[in-house]
Design a protein around this ligand. Structure first.
Ligand SMILES: Nc1nc2c(c(=O)[nH]1)N[C@H]1C(S)=C(S)[C@@H](COP(=O)(O)OP(=O)(O)OC[C@H]3O[C@@H](n4cnc5c(=O)[nH]c(N)nc54)[C@H](O)[C@@H]3O)O[C@H]1N2
Ligand SMILES: Nc1nc2c(c(=O)[nH]1)N[C@H]1C(S)=C(S)[C@@H](COP(=O)(O)OP(=O)(O)OC[C@H]3O[C@@H](n4cnc5c(=O)[nH]c(N)nc54)[C@H](O)[C@@H]3O)O[C@H]1N2
Ligand code: SF4
Ligand SMILES: [Mo]
Length: 708
């Protein structure tokens, strides 16, 4: 389609966050002029957020990395020379080859950031290289517990149905703020529309978040106690007999055992633990069970604890008990319309899977039964630092910033310092890239070719992203990995990225070329698929009681466990650190540690904030906007106080992801306000996933004296 003289418009999909908003890209003379929301996208409904609309500003930002860099001088001194791709990749390939020969492929680790376009390709590259040690900073702490629990409870991943003829009547937001966090299973725009059109919202959140403010009931929970609340809701639903009797009888196993199991988990019991009044728990349970169809929007907060498996399981059972599965306007099972990414799992040499760090201990993260086996992040960084159980000598990070996003930044720093080779591919220089031997310039989303399946994991529709412009020498991550694979003569390196995408699209009778500029939605969602062949679980039913978990050595019925660091577990520490800390509630302006250098976004939120209740603030003589020192047993950081009634008393919520690009190298202000200086990567971990505690820790706050 041609506009004006030379301006062309292309259809694509934004991937600044996990992505999914349909976008129109306006290009003139090889330059991206502007980005507009695609009015025809059935998922983003003609909307984009402020990050997406800032695409040209991000893309042409003066500090964007445009050429490969090689470190000169000491590690972390932030002195670089510009080199060619040829030199960068041949040197990196040579070093990888040597390290692999000397210490085995397992001594090379691959890292990446969350849910990027190249997520699966990193796994493919690791397998072809022969190393079991790749990681993503989320996984154990993000989405893997939800995907796994969905799979073993219902036989597939469930997402809310905002797209059919029936709207959800009730939406239960559990530790989730999709109005801000957007594409993470669903997109925020359909959520906003549903609430506007009358869905009854219930929010379980220590903060009255942007989403909670649109809800009719807000349950201000003590962070880290979600499993207790879920068990009490199960108690109400089973003991008041308001479960879906027909569905439970025909389509579930283990109801009687579950009912007996929760007999003592009354709302009054849960009130003592969760700090949520019993009558609110009862009201929420009744509403969710009776005013159907209901959806359960679960967020990452339920995975940022050391009991993630059982917390997510307890919450997930609510759907089965109330029959809100795969019905119009309920939680639906995905259609998975494209072929899985060919990750070449069979290329991992024999015996390597057992060597994966954490595989033996965290079976559902790194073991054979894991859906996406990956290494345990604290274990991997420990191996870099200490050589236990063996040394990790090289790390290649494709789009991640572990210095800011992984717990205990000091240890991450020590770990990265010990590496023989650190390669970071990124859009910008970051505190992590600053420590690298080579920094490679990555392509931004209007510069990449890929497909994206939506909703995430459910894959009911597929869209193309297309490369329409080129900045500097930037290259798409997959292409960098393919180039490295060819240089190392790895298996699969004869396949191009286009071959892989076409292979995945084949069942639809489409190629990437066909998909460009089109919207491909599956024509109609098929509801109640289980009525044909049952659920895709061993019993063919919803597994309220999980024999699979029992066989793996985990509780078949969910239980509550007090967080290891909490007012109850550590009363002495609580006297010194008398607030419950939660970290990382998403902000619309930023994606994790990104965008602090993007002026239009930064000016809306110039400083890191610590939210606290007026009662807390006045106790410490703190006024809204004051700088405060937030401390935990691990360290202290500076934040600006945001004094608000929209947080429960006794809880402090801090932003994560903060560093200060404007302060320059070598450390880019990473030691000032980084939430992960306060978090802990120490055991205990969730026994199945190895998740660590990012929410529900203990902290203190005081007014910072003097100027900053
Ligand atoms: N305290 C605390 N810590 C947390 C969390 C929390 O709630 N609290 N949340 C955790 C969760 S759930 C997650 S998923 C992680 C996320 O952790 P990360 O994924 O490490 O976070 P990002 O800041 O998004 O880092 C991504 C980096 O990739 C770069 N990048 C962006 N796009 C591309 C691309 O296409 N290619 C390449 N090569 N680079 C690109 C960005 O510039 C940025 O530097 O953080 C975790 N950390
Ligand atoms: N703009 C933007 N969008 C993003 C991201 C981003 O960085 N920026 N990150 C993406 C990623 S990787 C993820 S994982 C998702 C996460 O997105 P969400 O799942 O929405 O998670 P958060 O916003 O981190 O937290 C949701 C809510 O949980 C509350 N909360 C904190 N502790 C607890 C607790 O212990 N229990 C309960 N019930 N609630 C608690 C917080 O107050 C917050 O309002 O967002 C994705 N989308
Ligand atoms: S919500 Fe995510 S995909 Fe949509 S415009 Fe914003 S950054 Fe892009
Ligand atoms: Mo995440």
């Amino acid at each position: 389609m041609k506009l004006k003289s030379k301006e062309e418009v292309f259809r694509s999909v934004c991937r600044i966050c996990h992505g999914g908003c349909g976008a129109l890209l306006f290009v003139r003379d090889g330059r991206l002029m502007r980005v507009k929301p695609d009015p025809d996208s059935p998922f983003s409904l003609g909307r984009m957020c402020i990050k997406g609309l800032a695409t040209p500003e991000i893309m042409y930002h003066p500090s964007r990395l445009l050429t490969p860099l090689k470190r000169v001088g000491a590690r972390g001194s932030n002195r670089w020379e510009e080199i060619t791709w040829e030199r960068a990749l041949s040197e990196i390939a040579g070093k990888l080859d040597r390290i692999r020969g000397e210490s085995g492929p397992e001594s090379i680790a691959l890292g990446q950031g969350t849910g990027r376009h190249h997520f699966m390709h990193v796994i493919r590259f690791a397998n072809s290289l022969g190393t079991p040690n790749w990681y993503e900073p989320g996984l154990a702490n993000c989405l893997l517990p939800r995907i796994t629990v969905s799979q073993l409870t219902y036989g597939g991943f469930v997402v809310a149905d905002y797209y059919g003829k029936v709207a959800p009547k009730t939406i239960l937001f559990w530790g989730h703020n999709p109005i801000v966090s957007g594409p993470d299973g669903e997109l925020s725009f359909p959520v906003r529309r549903a609430l506007k059109w009358g869905s009854f919202g219930i929010a379980i959140d220590p903060r009255r978040s942007e989403t909670a403010r649109q809800c009719r009931i807000w349950l201000p929970i003590r962070p880290g106690t979600d499993a207790a609340l879920a068990l009490a809701m199960i108690h109400v639903i089973t003991h008041e007999g308001i479960y879906d009797k027909d569905f439970v009888e025909k389509w579930t196993v283990g109801f009687n055992r579950l009912k007996a199991h929760v007999a003592l988990y009354t709302p009054t019991w849960a009130e003592g633990i969760t700090w949520v009044p019993a009558e609110m728990i009862v009201a929420a349970a009744r509403r969710y069970a009776l005013e159907k169809p209901s959806v359960l929007e679960w967020g990452v907060a339920i995975e940022h604890n050391t009991n993630s498996l059982q917390t997510v399981r307890a919450i997930s059972l609510l759907r089965g008990l109330t029959g809100n599965i795969d019905i119009p306007g309920g939680d639906i099972l995905g259609m998975n319309i494209v072929r899985p990414y060919p990750v070449m799992r069979d290329q991992l040499p024999k015996g390597m899977a057992e060597k994966r760090i954490g595989a033996g201990q965290f079976k559902l993260l790194g073991g054979f039964r894991s859906l996406i086996p990956s290494a345990h992040v604290p274990g991997l960084f420990k191996a870099m630092r200490t050589g236990d159980p063996y040394r990790i000598r090289a790390l290649l990070v494709f789009g991640g910033n572990p210095m800011v996003t992984v717990a205990n930044s000091r240890e991450v720093y020590e770990s990265l310092q010990k590496l023989d080779l650190l390669v970071v591919t990124d859009l910008f220089m970051t505190p992590t890239a600053g420590l690298a031997d080579y920094v490679l310039p990555a392509a931004f989303w209007p510069e990449i070719n890929q497909i994206i399946e939506l909703p995430f994991v459910a894959e009911n529709a597929v869209f193309a992203q297309q490369k329409v412009v080129q900045t500097g020498l930037c290259r798409q991550d997959e292409e960098i990995m393919i180039d490295l694979a060819r240089r190392l003569d790895l298996p699969g390196s004869d396949q191009s990225l286009r071959d892989i995408i076409d292979f995945r699209l084949e069942p639809l009778g489409l190629t990437f070329e066909d998909l460009r500029n089109k919207i491909y939605s599956y024509p109609r969602h098929e509801y109640r698929k289980f009525e044909k062949n049952g659920f895709r679980t061993p019993s063919k039913k919803v597994e309220l009681y999980s024999r699979f978990l029992e066989r793996q050595g985990y509780d078949p019925l969910p239980a509550y466990q007090e967080p290891p660091e909490s007012p109850v577990s550590q009363p002495d520490l609580y006297r010194e650190f008398p607030y419950v800390l939660t970290t990382g509630s998403r902000r619309i302006e930023f994606f994790h540690s990104e965008h602090r250098q993007i002026q239009s976004l930064r000016k809306r939120r110039p400083d890191p904030t610590a939210e606290m209740h007026p009662a807390t603030a006045s106790l410490h003589g703190v006024a809204d906007g004051d700088w405060v020192t937030v401390s935990s047993p691990r360290g202290q950081i500076q934040m600006r106080a945001a004094v608000t009634e929209d947080i429960r008393t006794g809880v402090i919520n801090i932003d994560h992801g903060w560093w200060f690009p404007e302060r320059g190298g070598p450390d880019f202000g990473v030691w000032a306000s980084n939430a992960n200086l306060l978090t802990s990567n120490a055991p205990p971990y969730d026994p199945a996933f190895g998740s660590y505690q990012l929410r529900g820790l203990l902290c203190n706050v005081e007014k910072t004296s003097g100027d900053l």
